[in-house]
Ligand binder design. Structure first.
Ligand code: ADP
Ligand code: MG
Length: 912
């Protein structure tokens, strides 16, 4: 046992060394470097080549470490630095691309051989210490770990570079303001991480062989180690690595060696959950209850008369044509393709189905899951098992497989979606790798590495899919159907919520769309696509094996989707065939597959972030625009920007500005609200009552806590103590999404504008809470509901005076117009309470009277308005009541004239 523990500690030191590299990069740049394991592989392989050339091992080791450090720095400059401002899903993809590329190049240079290195000492026989036998190389390994830790500690705490690294870690790009060259710090960090990785490879390879594909597994182990300390602690990484090593050794010792990997990966998920700030869970159930209780009181959208066609339906003909082409391909393919190509294209079709589901999750909802193949594999296994265990009929087997996989997605998603960004992606990777290892390790139940046969034939009654031709047709028709469903969904109310979540979760919550629940539903939906693909795979191959579950199979789907274009629905059908058919070009290409995949991912991420469809779309748009321009002379009305076709599409006109209400409006009250950020007290004991029909001006110097108070009122910040109520209902801690659904709308101080959305679309987001139901219902109501959303949004844009900009891209607007758009979006939700954070900041003088008039109008309609504003004349003019905050306390509260003359206020704030 002790001997086993020692072995575990040795393995653990390797993980710790890998983890240290990951910690270093993450703490400086917030990047998870998935190529860390490749640095190890390169260190070992370069050193082994040099030793082969006759160099002594020590010299070879030094050269290899330096070489890998240089490679790492070059990669940082060429790839990583250019992705700095990209979304984290993109950065992670880039990192995967680098890892694949390096593995592929290693395969070209060193082939598939396993290589070894001589130890640093000539002596081979182990030392005997207290009855334990320790090889000299193990001692070298422990020493390397200790020396690396000591050097890192010295570097980080005792050198100028270390100080600069900490500054960059804390301030990211703003560290530049301190005169730090952030780029060179990041480059150096990568170089050091590369050196540490190479060192690990060199000291371990005398003990274990290395070959080109070892990198990813090593990265994962290193990541588990690093995750232990929250990715930023040297000590945590060392402890995590050693613990992981011991855990694995124990599993092997008690005869459960097949459980080693699943155990480690399960541990990873647990660590991630504990370590990352997960959203409070108890809250969610309360949220649901509250929402139900209040459902009836929401002012619904007004149906638009006639056959309205919303703007989002533009390009309909193109979509129908694409679907028709794909369906026609499914029907005609069997007559056109030779049997070999038929099976190749069937598998392409299967991946397209996976890709469309992934597009919904990644392209629209912004979540990069590496676990799509898990659900595909689970479904394929369930098909096989249903027949084997329960002797199920084919249809029942399919039903079990689909339902089982989606249910599994629900469970997995409920756990991993608590994690964000990188952590989510890595948790899905852990699930994929863990299940693959599990299937591999259960020969009796799941057939082990050779898998299970599939004994059923898919089919309904006489339509048995018993030939490759029929399976091909079924696959491509499924793909076409999947795309039709997805294309409709993304152009619905729920689709807009998905896109908002993908870009800005805080904004989604502010319009009443709960990010977690939307992500979970899309996760399950995308798993349903993967499960359908799994059913098709099982029946095409007539067997399933663990490799179906592995995430590497899914890389083609991700790569194809990237190439085709994320967030386009049809991109998968364009990109995946290109990616899959490339290896068919010949044997020679097949052996370069990894390099090509890696390079392709990196190139697309850097050069063509919107993919082929994105390119196609912008060409089409510019053509269309030219067409519009040609049409101008005949219909000046239509071309004048103020009279967009919305007004034709959405002609409700008679919609009353507000709903006639029977129930009395509610009062928003905050009592004893305190908010602390660590040591800073942003608010202390604030009481505030916001009455319907009145404008409450909230003023105070910068840093007084005004924005924080608005965040508390909007539910997006939970107060440290104190309560917020709407009428009788306690809102404290129920979250921004629920508050928004209850009718509290907020316009942010810094406008939150998702990229690639028109002004009209941004305003439409505000209407989310006024529609009903989830995915199914909004899919079903589709464009009718969108037309109503457009009509409402348009009306509010007119009200704030920017209707003429409706079709412009919102991110191109001036600050002043973006501020007005914030107000329009908030109004589109028909709120009870309107919270405005400095709406006049950046507004032109001429716009102020109109804003004042708008606010007065809203109050007369019975809205409760809270106005945070610096422009004193505006506040004094419109407010019924003024509350003055200073250093987190209310120092005055009363009618404008009284407050203006109060001595405390003059002292603290007005100062005139
Ligand atoms: P105002 O909007 O009145 O200018 P804020 O509400 O933005 O003021 O900030 C109030 C105080 O709380 C300030 O001292 C600010 O530094 C601090 N603060 C605000 N947000 C945070 C945060 N997320 N973390 C730490 N401190 C914060
Ligand atoms: Mg503020």
């Amino acid at each position: 046992m002790t001997q086993a523990l020692l072995g575990g500690l040795a393995t653990g030191s390797v993980y710790a060394l890998l983890g240290l590299g990951i910690v270093l990069v993450f703490s400086v740049s917030r990047n998870v470097n998935l190529a860390q394991g490749e640095f190890y592989v390169y260190g070992a392989l370069i050193a082994s080549t040099l030793v082969g050339l006759g160099l002594p091992i020590l010299v070879a080791a030094v050269i290899a470490v330096v070489a890998v450090a240089v490679i790492a720095a070059v990669l940082q400059v060429v790839v990583v630095a250019r992705m700095e401002s990209a979304p984290h899903a993109t950065q992670l993809l880039g990192s995967i691309g680098i890892a694949l590329m390096m593995a592929g190049v290693a395969r070209m240079l060193w082939d598939t051989d396993e290589r070894s290195l001589p130890g640093l000492f000539d002596r081979d026989e182990p030392f005997d210490i207290w009855g334990l036998s320790i090889t000299p190389q193990t001692i070298v390994l422990f020493t390397a770990l200790a020396v690396t830790c000591a050097l890192l500690w010295f570097l980080l705490t005792r050198t100028m570079l270390g100080a600069q690294m900490s500054a960059v870690a804390a301030l990211s790009s703003r560290a530049g303001l301190l005169g730090i060259r952030t780029n060179s710090v990041a480059r150096l960090t990568y170089a050091v991480a590369g050196g540490v990785g190479a060192l690990a490879g060199i000291v371990v390879t005398p003990l274990v062989f290395v070959s080109y594909h070892a990198g990813l597994g090593l990265t994962i182990s290193g990541f588990i180690a690093a995750a232990f300390g929250g990715l930023r602690s040297v000590r945590g990484a060392v402890a995590g690595g050693l613990l992981l090593g011991v855990l694995e050794a124990t599993a092997v010792h008690v005869g459960q060696s097949t459980m080693k990997t699943p155990l480690a990966l399960a541990l990873l998920i647990v660590v991630l959950l504990v370590r990352s700030e997960s959203e409070a869970s108890g809250r969610r159930w309360r949220t649901l209850r509250l929402w139900r209780a209040r459902r009836t009181a929401v002012p619904r959208l007004h149906a638009v008369a006639g056959r309205a066609r919303p703007l989002a339906s533009a390009g309909r003909r193109g979509r129908f044509a694409a679907l028709a082409v794909i369906a026609a391909f499914g029907l005609a393919g069997p007559h056109l393709l030779a049997p070999y190509w038929l099976s190749v294209w069937t598998f392409v079709g299967v991946l397209v189905v996976v890709g469309v589901g992934l597009d919904l999750l990644l392209g629209y909802t912004g979540q990069l899951s590496l676990g799509q193949t898990t659900f595909m594999g689970a479904s394929a296994y369930l098909v096989a098992l249903a027949a084997k265990w329960w002797d199920a009929s084919p249809l029942l087997a399919v039903a079990v497989a689909m339902a089982g996989s989606v249910a599994m997605a629900g469970l997995v998603g409920a756990v991993v979606l608590r994690l964000r960004g990188y952590f989510f992606t890595l948790a899905t990777l852990a699930v994929a790798m863990g299940l693959e290892a599990l299937a591999d390790g259960l020969p009796e139940q799941l057939g082990g590495p050779s898998g299970l046969p599939v004994l059923t034939t898919l089919g309904i009654g006489p339509f048995a899919l018993d030939t490759p031709e029929k399976l091909f047709a079924a696959t491509w028709l499924t793909a076409a159907l999947g795309m039709a469903i997805a294309a409709r969904l993304v152009r619905s109310r729920f689709g807009y919520a998905m896109r908002t979540v993908g870009h800005d979760e805080a904004l989604a919550a502010a319009v009443g769309a709960s990010p977690f629940s939307i992500k979970l539903r899309v996760f399950c939906l995308s798993a349903a696509y993967a499960a359908a693909a799994g059913v098709l795979t099982a029946h095409s191959y007539l067997s399933v094996s663990p490799s179906v579950l592995g995430f590497l199979g899914g890389i083609d789907a991700i790569l194809g989707l990237l190439l085709g274009g994320l967030g386009t629905v049809f991109g998968a059908a364009l990109g995946i065939p290109l990616v899959r058919l490339l290896p068919e070009a010949g044997e020679s290409v097949a052996s370069y597959q990894l390099v090509i995949q890696g390079f392709a991912i990196v190139a697309i991420v850097l050069l063509m972030p919107r993919g082929l469809m994105g390119g196609l779309r912008s060409v089409l748009q510019s053509l269309r625009r030219r067409g519009d321009a040609d049409a101008t002379p005949q219909s000046p009305e239509a071309a004048a920007p103020g009279h967009l076709s919305v007004s034709a599409a959405a002609a409700p006109a008679e919609v009353p500005a507000r709903d006639p209400r029977t129930e009395p409006r509610l009062r928003l009250t905050a009592s004893g609200v305190e908010v602390r950020f660590g040591g800073i007290v942003a608010l202390s004991g604030v009481d505030l009552e916001v009455a319907p029909g009145l404008i409450t001006g909230l003023i105070g110097p910068n840093g007084a806590g005004k924005s924080t108070l608005l965040a508390v009122l909007a539910g997006s910040r939970r107060p440290t103590s104190g309560t917020v109520r709407l009428g009788e209902r306690d809102l404290t801690g129920i979250g921004a999404g629920t508050c928004a659904r209850l009718g509290i709308a907020r316009a942010f101080q810094l406008p939150r504008i998702p990229p690639h959305m028109t002004v009209l679309e941004v305003a439409m987001l505000g209407t989310f809470r006024r529609g009903r139901g989830g995915i199914l219902r909004s899919w079903w109501r589709g464009q009718r509901e969108l037309a109503a959303m457009e009509a409402t949004a348009c009306e509010q844009l007119r009200r704030v005076g920017i209707a003429h900009l409706a079709r412009a891209e919102a991110s191109t607007l001036s600050t002043s117009d973006q501020k007005l758009l914030e107000v329009a979006r908030a109004l589109a939700s028909a709120p009870e309470v309107l919270l405005l954070d400095e709406p006049a900041g950046g507004l032109f003088e001429d716009d102020l009277p109109r804003l004042a008039q708008l606010l007065r109008g809203l109050a007369e309609e019975g809205l409760a308005v809270v106005l945070v504003e610096h422009d004193m004349s505006l506040v004094m003019e419109v407010s019924d009541r003024i509350v003055v905050l200073n250093e987190g306390c209310v120092i005055a509260d009363g009618p404008a004239d009284v407050v203006r003359l109060s001595p405390e206020v003059i002292d603290a704030y007005l100062g005139v």
